[in-house]
Design a protein around this ligand. Structure first.
Ligand code: PEP
Ligand code: MN
Length: 336
């Protein structure tokens, strides 16, 4: 249930509605809007009777929310959420953003070389993993805090905000301290305690879709973050398990317009982890832009043959620059 307040409703009216919700044993979540405040009712086990609210002072209407996810749904919030990143970068609501960089931060020189190349091509955010969730325990696990320090140096040198993944509570504390966006990876999409911790963070969160997750499960994962008070969430479609071996995963392009209809949160696409091979990255990226993605996350490496992680799917800097031009053609005025 969503209680929509009148434009003229006073703070006291809002407090009255919140008190009524709490007296019923539920949780009230005020959602300030441009013109009026709405108050979401959460943790109600069954339907709530609108008659309990419609006659309270300042209440305009009580709208039942039919979806199991509440705070992420367009029923609760009609306007697109615009996520604001340090440095004035905005994502969503027409603001399109490309995040690019290596799968893993390997050294200061490697990160800086790639950051300068992707910045020159027009990327607005630098990506690079410091804590790597690898399928094999024998694969490269990342530079950990040392990698975060390198990311902070890259930001200082290039002015690009940085995004990096947190894989557990300890790394999330560190990522929150050093980075501009906290990434929760596909493998942790249903790590509910980590999602709650991300919801308490004071930085935006990029949540990747689990490799076998339905969209309802994806929305519910985002709901965990919002329900802790962090509304700055970017969703990311990165491919789900498919059939055949032509691609590592299947980029679910249909998910992008569907998510945009169901949710106010921005959704970007990661064609790199979907493709698993360089050949497929640019076509999938262009497809994602064409179906309305709010941005892209692309892996780029200046020496992919020697990359410590995901070299086969990393674009060379010149391929990335060409892709950026193609995107600008699909979104006229994008980099002008
Ligand atoms: C990544 O972005 O480095 C990554 C591990 O992605 P995913 O969680 O989508 O596999
Ligand atoms: Mn990777």
């Amino acid at each position: 249930m969503l209680i929509v307040m009148e434009k003229e409703a006073s703070d006291e009216d809002i407090r009255g509605v919140v008190a009524k919700i709490e007296a019923l044993g539920y949780v009230a979540q005020p959602i300030p809007g441009g013109e009026r405040t709405a108050i979401g009712i959460l943790r109600n086990p069954g339907p709530v009777d609108p008659a309990l609210f419609v006659d309270l002072p300042g209440v305009q209407e009580a709208i039942p929310v039919s979806r199991p996810y509440k705070l992420v749904s367009r029923e609760m919030k009609r306007a697109d959420t615009i996520v604001e990143v340090t440095g004035g970068v905005k994502i969503g609501g027409g603001h399109f953003v490309v995040m690019a960089g290596p799968c893993a931060v390997e050294s200061e020189a490697q990160a800086l070389t790639i950051a300068q190349a992707v910045k020159a091509a027009g990327a607005q955010i630098f990506r690079g993993g410091a804590f790597k969730p690898r399928t094999s325990p024998y694969s490269y696990q990342g530079l950990e805090e040392e990698g975060l320090k390198i990311l902070a140096q890259v930001r200082a040198a290039t002015g690009l905000p940085v995004i990096t993944e947190a894989i557990d509570h300890h790394s999330l504390d560190l990522v929150e301290e050093y980075a501009d966006i906290i990434q929760i990876g596909a493998r942790n999409m249903q790590n509910f305690s980590l999602l709650r911790r991300a919801g308490q963070a004071r930085k935006p969160v990029l949540l990747k879709r689990g490799m076998s997750a339905t969209l309802d499960e994806f929305f519910m994962a985002a709901e965990y973050i919002l329900s802790e008070g962090n509304t700055q969430v970017i969703l990311c479609e990165r491919g789900v398990r498919g059939i055949g071996s032509h691609a590592r995963n299947t980029l679910d392009l249909a998910a992008i317009p569907f998510v945009k209809r169901e949710s106010h949160l921005p959704i970007i696409a990661d064609p790199s982890h979907a493709a698993g091979r360089r050949l497929l990255v640019a076509p999938l990226a262009r497809g994602a832009v064409a179906v309305g993605a709010d941005g892209l996350m692309i892996e780029v490496h200046h020496d992919p043959a020697h990359a410590l992680s995901d070299g086969p799917q990393s674009l060379y800097p010149d391929q990335f620059a060409t892709l950026m031009q193609d995107i600008a053609a699909l979104r006229p005025g994008q980099w002008s």
